[in-house]
Design a binder for this molecule. Structure first.
Ligand SMILES: NC(=O)c1ccc[n+]([C@@H]2O[C@H](COP(=O)([O-])OP(=O)(O)OC[C@H]3O[C@@H](n4cnc5c(N)ncnc54)[C@H](OP(=O)(O)O)[C@@H]3O)[C@@H](O)[C@H]2O)c1
Length: 174
C-alpha cells in the first residue's frame, strides 16, 4: 500500500438503547440531523454494508466514493466499489491519499468497523423506541476507550419531535 492508513470515523444515529433501525427502518425523523449527516459525508470516501448501500440507491454525489462491504465481492455495484473487509477498504482509501474513511453503517458493518475506528460521530436521540421484531443496534461504546470531545445539543421544536445530541468521541490512546 502507498500512502498512510486513513483514520476511520463511524457516523450513526442511535436511540437510548443504541437502536439504529427496526424492520420498518429508522424510527425517527430529524431534519437537522440529516443535514449534519450530509454535511459530514460530503466529498468523502464512505464505507457501508451491502444492505445500507441498497437502501441508499441514488443518494451518492459524484464527488463521494462509496465502498460496499460484502462477502460476495465481485462486480462493483455502480456507483460503488465492493470490498471484502474493513482493512481492504482502509487500504484502498489510503492508496488514494485519503486521511479519513467514514463508515455509515448499518449494524453489522459498524460492528465489523469499530475495532479499527479512530473517531465516532454519534447522534444520541433522547428516546427509547420500540425495537420490534428485527431491531438493528450499534455496538456498545466502551466508556473506558471512547472519550467525548465535543457535544452539540438540539432541543425539541416543530420539526424535531425528540431532543438529540451530536457527540464526537475520540479513541483513548493506549
Ligand atoms: N441509524 C443509523 O445511523 C443507521 C445508519 C445506517 C444504517 N441504518 C439501518 O441499518 C439497517 C441495515 O443494517 P444491517 O446490519 O442489517 O446491514 P448492513 O451492515 O448495512 O449490511 C449487512 C451486509 O454487509 C455485509 N457485511 C457485513 N459485515 C461484513 C463483514 N465483516 N465481511 C463481509 N461482508 C460483511 C454483508 O453483505 P452480503 O450479505 O452481501 O455478504 C451483510 O449482509 C437498515 O435498516 C438501515 O436503515 C441505520
Amino acid at each position: 500500500m502507498t500512502g498512510v492508513e486513513p483514520g476511520l470515523t463511524l457516523i450513526a444515529a442511535v436511540d437510548e438503547n443504541l437502536l439504529l433501525a427496526t424492520a420498518e427502518g429508522i424510527p425517527w425523523k430529524l431534519p437537522d440531523d440529516v443535514t449534519h449527516f450530509r454535511t459530514y459525508c460530503a466529498g468523502k470516501w464512505l464505507l457501508m454494508g451491502r444492505r445500507t448501500f441498497e437502501e441508499m440507491t441514488g443518494w451518492f454525489k459524484p464527488d463521494q466514493h462509496p465502498l460496499v462491504l460484502t462477502s460476495a465481492c465481485g462486480v462493483d455495484p455502480h456507483p460503488a466499489r465492493c470490498v471484502a473487509s474493513v482493512p481492504q477498504a482502509l487500504a484502498l482509501a489510503g492508496t488514494a491519499g485519503q486521511e479519513e474513511l467514514v463508515c455509515i453503517g448499518g449494524g453489522q458493518t459498524f460492528a465489523a468497523s469499530l475495532p479499527y475506528a479512530t473517531q465516532l460521530v454519534i447522534t444520541h436521540v433522547h428516546h427509547a423506541f420500540t425495537p420490534g421484531l428485527r431491531p438493528v443496534y450499534f455496538p456498545a461504546i466502551d466508556a473506558a476507550l471512547w472519550v467525548p470531545v465535543s457535544r452539540q445539543e438540539h432541543d425539541i421544536d416543530e420539526a424535531h419531535a425528540w431532543k438529540f445530541d451530536i457527540v464526537e468521541y475520540e479513541r483513548q490512546s493506549r
